[in-house]
Write a protein that binds this ligand. Structure first.
Ligand code: NAD
Ligand code: LMR
Length: 340
């Protein structure tokens, strides 16, 4: 059996380490929540030159926390150094949107960050690198990074829709009076944007010990008029109420995504944006959110979960709309020359 000291350390690179999400993320990684309680971690923090000093301040706090699993912390503004030997890369560093903006408004400014980082991952990361893109627009930024890393299998570039998934679980639990742990089978489809489709057509809620279809427990109007828009626009709601984009919940979702990817989902479905193999009519190569499980250290798209039109008229159209948006973002960054 593994003991605390028997596992080899994993290098985890976090970009944008001095930012809000970075601050909410780093102690959790160092405490073992990202990879598990037996795995020592080497943290590499990448920042732009102006923010290196702030990242060094966070590194001092990491040291002061004396985490038994934290082997080292390196702060740098050089991507090749930051990704050297990386087994996990969390690409968080990017501008957040402000009030009234859509995430796609960040495409050009943030897109330019991800090509060079993809190339540095290609040239310097470990062979089994796993990449999670958090910086918005996350799906298309992941596509850009992957396009610059021809030697890394496309399956290893993913984008975060786990926050949307967690929001959907939480909204359904609150509305039905169930506990979060009693909700299963929600899927976030497509883009991490306002077009995303949080799909309840295969979701279940355990009530008094028996599993019930979610759509038998809620009103159709609630699904169309409350649930779907609330989840899809929750990022904007947080910006409006908090005055800044989500940070603690985003960090939490990033931890969930990577932990599940590495350690497996034990048969429970979740949502992640991964490269399409053509499943569900999503064009091959797009990075789109799907119903997934993780087995043997790899995400797999779960088949047979087409949005059920008979339970939710318009469900198929919602999937088509969010996928069309991903295609148009891909075309936009291609014409900006960002796909290399
Ligand atoms: P922030 O502005 O607080 O921090 C971003 C950090 O990134 C800054 O410290 C900045 O210096 C750094 N940075 C910028 N360019 C960089 C580069 N080229 N290399 C390394 N670091 C760089 O922002 P935040 O609140 O931490 O959010 C970060 C990103 O995550 C935003 O794009 C935000 O929209 C996105 N986000 C995504 C999700 C999701 O669910 N996918 C959720 C929340 C936030
Ligand atoms: C979120 O979903 O909270 C983030 O993507 C931030 C945003 O811009 O909405």
């Amino acid at each position: 059996a593994a003991t605390r000291s028997s596992a080899s350390p994993v290098t985890v690179t976090v970009t944008g380490a001095a930012g809000n999400i970075g601050y909410a993320l780093l102690c959790r990684i160092a405490s073992g929540q990202l990879l598990g309680p037996d795995v020592p971690v080497r943290l590499n923090l990448l920042e732009i030159p102006d923010a290196v000093r702030a990242a060094e301040g966070t590194a001092m706090e990491l040291a002061d926390s004396a985490f038994p699993l934290l082997d080292s912390v390196t702060v740098t503004d050089r991507a090749e150094r930051a990704f050297d030997g990386a087994g996990v890369a969390l690409l968080v560093g990017a501008r957040p949107r402000g009030k009234g903006m859509e995430r796609a408004d960040l495409l050009e400014a943030n897109g330019r960050i991800f090509g060079p980082q993809g190339r540095a991952i290609n040239d310097h990361a470990a062979d089994d690198i796993r990449v999670l893109v958090v910086g918005n627009p996350a799906n298309t930024n992941a596509l850009i990074a992957s396009a610059h890393a021809p030697d890394v299998p496309a399956e290893r570039f993913t984008a975060m829709t786990r926050l949307d998934h967690n929001r959907a679980v939480s909204q359904l639990a609150a509305h039905t009076g169930a506990a979060v742990r009693d909700i299963e089978g929600i899927t976030i489809w497509g883009n991490h944007s306002a077009t995303q489709f949080p799909d309840l057509t295969h979701a279940t809620v355990t009530v008094d010990g028996s599993s019930r279809p979610a759509l038998e427990l809620v009103e159709r109007a609630w699904v169309d008029e409350e649930f779907i828009p609330r989840v899809a626009k929750r990022g904007a709601e947080i910006i409006e109420v908090r005055g800044a984009s989500s940070a603690a919940s985003a960090a939490s979702a990033a931890i969930d995504h990577v932990y599940d990817w590495v350690n497996g989902t034990q048969g429970r479905r979740t949502s992640a944006a991964i490269v399409s193999d053509g499943s569900y009519g999503v064009p091959e190569g797009l990075i789109s959110s799907f119903p997934v499980v993780s087995e043997g250290g790899a995400w797999q798209i779960v088949p047979g979960l087409e949005p059920d039109e008979s339970l939710l008229p318009g469900a198929g159209e919602r999937l088509a709309t969010t996928v069309a948006e991903l295609e148009s973002e891909r075309d936009a960054v291609r014409s900006l020359g960002l796909l290399g």
